[in-house]
Design a protein around this ligand. Sequence first.
Ligand code: FAD
Length: 470
Amino acid sequence: MQVNSKKLKKDLEKIVGKNYVFVDKPTAFAYAKDTMPWKVRQHNIPYAVVRPCDSAEISEILKYASNREIPVHIHGSGTSLVGLGRPKTNCIVLDMGRLTDLEIYPERGYFEVGAGYHIGKLRKKLLSHNALLPAFPGSEPVATIGGLISVNTSAHGVDATLFKPGDFVLGLEVVLPTGEILRTGTESIRRPAGIELTRFFVGSEGLLCVICKVRMRLVSHPHLRNIMACFKDTESILDTVVAMYREGIPTPMFFEYLDEKASRIGFSAVGLEEPEGAVALITVSSSTGVGADEKARVFLEFLERQKPLSARIVEDDSEWDLIWRSRSEAGNYLYRLGTTFGSEITVRVDMLKEAFREAREIILNLDSYKGNEFFSFGHIGAPTMHAYAFVRAKDLPDETTIAIANEVREKTEALNIKYGGCGGEWGLTAQRVEFLKKKYGSDYYNLLVKLKKVLDPANILNRGNLEGWM
Ligand SMILES: Cc1cc2nc3c(=O)[nH]c(=O)nc-3n(C[C@H](O)[C@H](O)[C@H](O)COP(=O)(O)OP(=O)(O)OC[C@H]3O[C@@H](n4cnc5c(N)ncnc54)[C@H](O)[C@@H]3O)c2cc1C
């Protein structure tokens, strides 16, 4: 389809104003690039980037695009780790960054926030009302609440304790691909029972609607206590997680792990003494300080029964901040110093060790590359582990990076199928069309395609993601 870029610019300017339409090459290229380690291709580059200010402007843009069958890619902050941030076809990019209204209503028990609001800033604002934002992506300084809800990830949070962020969403303002503006849900703090569209749009990864505003319940901020434990190896941490669920130990808010290598890298990066073995970082929560102390004591006793090398409650907050930062520093190291191929393995709890061992074998014996290293860390209490293939080179040819990424993904996804999982974060639909067909059958996938067609007959929104394009 031929798009006249001068006319497109003029038409979009009529909707959002001259200052908010960009068709220059550097801007277009910046919105085409994402965290994926292969080059941007011509078909990823948008015709135009547009920055609307509200749902009315978005509605006009989508009507315009739908009538002309021009694809539209929704951009939160573009921090997706699995290719969702990259347009799969030439398109209009809808940058949500100007939708940043925030109203906190303590007397109503909820807040309303524009989709483009940054998560880290939102967390601080909520904290001043003693409220907790119940989702914790490592990207929170830049990622948006709209991106988070469209993926529905609790990230570092343990779902058994914190649920998914969508479980706290009371209502949404969305624009359908054909331009209708819908307001869903309730202004009561009790979520509606029965069929209700809020849940349908939460987690829809920009395939079914543009989320413009989110109404979310205020959750009072709990008292937290932090625990660090070193185990002789990662497998001992996995055994501990299985024991935690088997024995019915109250689940913590965070239960992270760093494998033997990642913990050494992370700790030395923040200037701490390198730990022995693999490290577990745990945060327990309670509504009172006394309750949090008691929970930490009970959890520590439980950990001690698992025979760690060491385990202790970390009393000093600044020490904990450093320890916690080691987790993100380990990730930064991988992304900065080489080329990294991640996987998201979230399997049945009692199968964690089998899945981990197989993932390690897969990654150390790739057909597509020899000489890579294996790293793993993740939100193991959730239970999610990330198994990474790491190549100490930044300049691999595209064919190689694509081959490694495909092999890591296909083989680790097979573990999710084999051991009863489906992936618990990141928002993976674009990368897992084959997975969905294998796990749930083609009827399931075809139903998703039909649902999309009902709402998006011209297939404009995030075109290519449900088709599995790169
Ligand atoms: C350092 C780092 C750490 C991370 N840690 C985690 C983690 O622990 N767990 C985790 O799950 N992810 C993590 N991520 C991935 C990512 O940051 C999150 O998934 C985040 O929620 C995406 O937000 P975003 O605003 O960047 O969305 P984007 O990447 O811009 O978009 C993600 C998807 O949502 C769609 N979308 C965005 N906004 C809207 C909207 N308003 N309406 C409809 N669709 C929309 C986009 O089209 C796209 O398909 C991490 C990323 C980085 C770089």
